[in-house]
Design a protein around this ligand. Sequence first.
Ligand code: FE
Length: 217
Amino acid sequence: MHDHDHSHDHHHDNHYSDMQARVKALETLLTEKGLIDPAAIDAIVETYETKVGPRNGARVVAKAWSDPDFAEWLKRDATAAIASLGFTGRQGEHMRAVFNTPDTHNLVVCTLCSCYPWSVLGLPPVWYKAPAYRSRAVIDPRGVLAEFGLTLPESKKVRVWDSTAELRYLVIPERPEGSEGMDEEALADLVSRDAMIGTAIAGSPKIPAAGSQEVSA
Ligand code: FE
């Protein structure tokens, strides 16, 4: 499943957008040919909209902050370390965790389309799939981060990771100051979806995590 995003400027005489019309046409055709069961498709969408979301990724980050052995495992083999917490499946088969450090900030994009680690972050936000983000994240990452309200010191390097169908990235933000002694549950509350894409950093224990948690297909 690799959702290429074709942004043509077609006009339709119905209420569907170009993309919705294409999806509807494909779903109807596949159903008529008996290749898919619409109920099964609904179940998959329902799962990713309600059961799988950024909370999974936040639990991975909180564990990495709390358990150095787990953090090492995550660096070495993110797919296995993440699977050990029960987060497996579609669009998360091959994972790599990239750790922010005092020297380096990591940012994830899919320049080709919208590859995203569903198993840990749920469905991607609309902006992640937008042509503007996909092109500008590579050309001008600092400009993009500034628009998200994140201004990094010039001394900090920004590393941009281009996702593919084969490999998805999870950013492990730096553990915020003042979070010593917090348990994993409380730590996970500091980790927003955007912090795991790299368009935000972890929230401080006094200020809630930046970046909204809404899920948009
Ligand atoms: Fe993609």
